[in-house]
Structures are given as C-alpha cells and as structure tokens.
Design a protein around this ligand. Structure first.
Ligand SMILES: Cc1cc2nc3c(=O)[nH]c(=O)nc-3n(C[C@H](O)[C@H](O)[C@H](O)COP(=O)(O)OP(=O)(O)OC[C@H]3O[C@@H](n4cnc5c(N)ncnc54)[C@H](O)[C@@H]3O)c2cc1C
Length: 385
C-alpha cells in the first residue's frame, strides 16, 4: 500500500498543468531508485495523491466502462516517459483494475474500488517458470497456493497483486484461475534473491516471489478458470505496454533535443536529419496509439470479432517496438559517447527501454498478424475500416 502523506486531490488528470507537474516530479526522482532492490515509492505516492491510481474507476475521467482507451494510452505513455519502471508498474495496476471490472462480482468490485481509493497498489503477476503456481481447493471455500511467479513487478510494494495459477480441484487441473491477494492477511512474500539482476528496469522491482502456503477465501478468487485468457482482453492489452514503451522513446527524443541545443548543435544538417527521423518515428507511434485506442473502443462496442482487435493490437505492439529500437539507435548517434555518461539520463533510459521492449512471444505475435491478414476475405482496403 502506498502511504498517504496528504489527502487525495480530486484528480490531476483533468488539469494539464498539475499533471505535467506531477510527471516532471516523477521524472526528477528516477535516478534515485535506479538500483536493484529499490522501488519508486515516492513516485507512486505522487501518482496516488494526484488521483491517478483511481483514474479508471467508474465515474472517473478514464472510467474503464466508458472506453477512453486512446486517452488512457496517452497517459500511460506520459508516465513511461517520466520513468519507464514507474510506467511498467502503473500499467500493471491499471490492467488489474480492468480485469477486476470485467470479471469481478459487484461486492468484489466495490471492495477493490474502495481499496484503490485507499491507495492500495494492484498488479498482474502471470509470468512463471517451471515452478509456477498451483491453487489447491481445500474445501469450505478455502484455497491454498503453492509455487512461484517470476517478474512480479512492484513485489512487496504491491498490496493487491492479481496472481494467476492452475486451479486444482480434487487433485485435477481445472483451468487458469485469477485471484487477488490482500497482502495484509499474509506474511511478506519471500523473494528469490538470485533472480532480479537485470540489464535495466531495476526500479520496477520485478522479483521472483514464493506464494507457497498462502490461504485464500472464495471472495479472493476473480472470475472463472480461463477468464484471464479471454480475448480480446488478453492479447489486446499489448497496446498498454506499447504505450509505456513509446514513452521511453519520447523521453529520449526530448533529452536529445535538450542536449543538442545546450551544445549549439541543432543547426548541423546531420543532426537535423536524425531529429527529423526521430520526430517522425515518435509521431507514428502516437498515431498507432490513437488509432488502436479508437478501434479498441469502437470494435468492443459493436461486437467486432475479437481476433481483429487482437490483430490490430499485435500490429501496434510490433510497430512500436521497431519505432523504439530505431529511436534508441538515432539517439545514440546524435548524443555520442559523452551523452551516454551519467548523470545524463540516456544510459538509464536506454537500459530500461532495451529491457522493457522484451515482451512475450514477439515472433508468434508477428506470425499471428500474418495468419489473420492472410485468411481475411475482405479487400485489403477494408481490413481495418
Ligand atoms: C521489466 C519487466 C517487468 C515485467 N513485469 C511483469 C509483471 O509484473 N507480471 C508479469 O506477469 N510479467 C511481467 N514481465 C514478464 C513479461 O510479461 C514477459 O513474460 C517477459 O518479458 C517475456 O520475456 P522473454 O523475452 O523471455 O519472452 P519470450 O516469449 O521467451 O521471448 C524470447 C524469445 O524467444 C522466442 N520464443 C518464445 N517462445 C518460444 C518457443 N516456444 N520456442 C522458441 N522460441 C520462442 C520469442 O519469439 C523471442 O524471440 C515483466 C518483464 C519485464 C522485462
């Protein structure tokens, strides 16, 4: 849970100056937690106090039940631009709230919404290795967890982790089940210290955690087995991490412009060419996000085949990965070796973005797009209209 030093303001989201101020402060703090084992707690206090943890709750400016996906993606990009590690954890929080909204019953939703207003931080921890999670049914509405999750961003700073695992009923596999753990009811989760030695994203604190022995009630289980993989929500969510990633690339362009200006190098034609290409790349990313957000809302509303939504999300994710890689390369060439020295921000953002661009199954994602496009009988012009 993120501690409350001041009361929550209504929300900074609707006040552009207040939002810019909060995000500038988050960016200023980024170097302080760029260490393995650290977590940007102060940045999350700022987001909580600014009302941004609750911004997608019903009645709030980005109410999940009312669409607003393009605006949400822009917000995720801006948080990622301030600090990619904060963006990663914030995206997990938003994702968990969406899943709670989609699959929670009214009593659960009411409880979890109240928890968000109390500044509880949520997350989604699905990734695991060979020693992943089993959820054993004990009878009498009780369940016991066994096993580990890897890449648990936010680790013990998260007080409402959404954890997935194989539900075991009478010793038999019954499907992939979600649960949300109220961590005040359990001992701190034990971390495997050998796991988290990353290239970048240190401050995301994406530890390997042990859940063995945790006992939950029926009311802690979210939805039915298999709901987690329901499309288009499962793969379609890639547009959110793509938004955070684009924020990292945007921060690189911003820092490049500032550095070149400070050195009197913006009138050099080669630097201008690189700046031009970086600007085109970032704006292409913005257009992808805007269109992906608009399509997501319109297509969910009109009942479009989920596979089409997933295909568009997969294209968005793939395109933004390429954009980020290109921007990193252009940025390195523009600022040169001296730009890659601390305390300048380039090396941290470069490490963080390199790490965060590694998302699941990129090859299969591309193949899925090709398969979907190849099998459509509509004219190419009408694939996305
Ligand atoms: C900073 C950070 C924070 C994270 N936080 C979370 C979190 O909070 N919660 C969570 O659940 N997860 C989290 N993750 C995990 C993330 O969602 C992905 O699971 C992870 O990044 C995928 O890593 P990978 O590159 O090893 O993926 P892989 O999918 O293993 O891809 C690596 C390469 O192998 C290829 N490949 C994939 N499958 C196969 C196959 N069967 N055969 C051959 N080749 C294959 C891919 O195409 C790619 O080229 C986080 C990851 C990072 C980097």
């Amino acid at each position: 849970m993120i501690s409350r030093e001041q009361s929550t303001k209504q929300t900074a989201y609707t006040d552009p100056e207040a939002l810019a101020e909060v995000l500038a402060h988050v960016a200023d703090l980024a170097t302080e937690t760029d260490t393995e084992g650290d977590f940007p707690e102060e940045a999350f206090q700022l987001l909580a106090q600014a009302g941004l943890l609750a911004v997608t709750l019903p009645g709030q400016p980005l109410d999940h039940t009312q669409g607003h996906t393009a605006q949400l993606l822009t917000l995720l990009k801006r948080v990622g631009s301030a600090n990619l590690a904060v963006g990663r954890v914030y995206e997990g929080h938003i994702n968990a709230l969406l899943l709670a909204q989609l699959f929670g019953n009214p009593e659960q939703r009411q409880q979890w919404h109240a928890d968000v207003r109390q500044h509880h931080l949520f997350s989604v921890w699905n990734t695991q290795a060979d020693d992943g999670i089993l959820i054993h049914e004990l009878g009498g509405g009780r369940y016991e967890l066994e096993g580990y999750k890897t890449f648990c961003s936010g680790a013990n700073w998260v007080s409402r982790p959404l954890v997935t695992g194989e539900l075991m009923r009478q010793g038999h596999k019954s499907g992939w089940q979600m649960c949300i753990i109220p961590t005040e009811r359990i001992a701190p989760l034990e971390a495997d210290a050998r796991f988290w030695k990353p290239l970048g994203m240190r401050a995301s604190a994406s530890f390997k955690l042990n859940f063995t022995g945790i006992v939950l009630d029926e009311s802690d289980l979210l939805g039915k087995p298999g709901n987690y993989f329901q499309q288009p929500y499962f793969s379609g969510g890639a547009i959110r991490f793509a938004a955070v990633q684009l924020g990292g690339a945007e921060a690189l362009l911003e820092a490049t412009r500032l550095m070149l200006r400070s050195m009197g190098r913006v009138d050099d034609v080669f630097q201008q060419m690189r700046l031009a290409e970086m600007a085109c790349q970032i704006e292409s990313g913005n257009l992808w996000l805007t269109q992906a957000g608009a399509n997501n809302d319109a297509w969910l509303h009109d009942g479009t085949d989920p596979a089409r939504i997933v295909a568009y999300a997969n294209m968005t994710r793939t395109a933004i990965e390429a954009i980020c890689l290109r921007v990193m390369h252009l940025c390195e060439k523009s600022v040169g070796a001296r730009g890659l020295l601390r305390p300048l921000p380039f090396e941290r953002i470069h490490r963080d973005l390199t790490m965060y661009l590694r998302q699941p199954a990129p090859d299969a994602t591309l193949v899925d797009i090709g398969r979907w496009v190849g099998h459509q009988t509509t004219a190419t012009h009408d694939l996305w209209t």
